[in-house]
Design a protein. Structure first.
Length: 118
């Protein structure tokens, strides 16, 4: 199982970035995919969660209207389009895959750093 995030970097306040997460090694379309972030000294928090079909997406209040999450089940990819970035968006962003059944299947990527600074 692999989740590989990419697209992070340094951006000025008000700028945009698009994060990608490439998934492999599991039945991608059966998993709820989500983006999380962790800022220095803070707990990891949920940013956006995408249903298996992509038809239902939930966002943290702090990013609503600025971030757009999506998935492509044909390509096993998840995306996070981030706009109007603020310094408080600075964090390591993680991709997560989760499925529940007889047991819980929970996978994490290694994370990608997003820094919003002038």
């Amino acid at each position: 199982v692999q989740l590989v995030e990419s697209g992070g970097g340094l951006v000025q306040p008000g700028g945009s970035l698009r994060l990608s997460c490439a998934a492999s090694g599991f039945a991608f379309s059966r998993y709820v995919m989500s983006w999380h972030r962790q800022a220095p000294g803070k707990e990891r928090e949920l940013v956006a969660s995408i249903s298996t079909s992509g038809g239902s997406i939930n966002y943290a209040d702090s990013v609503k209207g600025r971030f757009t999450a999506s998935r492509d089940n044909g390509k096993n990819m998840v995306y996070l389009q981030m706009s109007s970035l603020k310094p408080e968006d600075t964090a390591v962003y993680y991709c997560n895959a989760r499925a529940t059944g007889i047991r819980v299947y929970d996978y994490w990527g290694q994370g990608t750093q997003v820094t919003v600074s002038s």
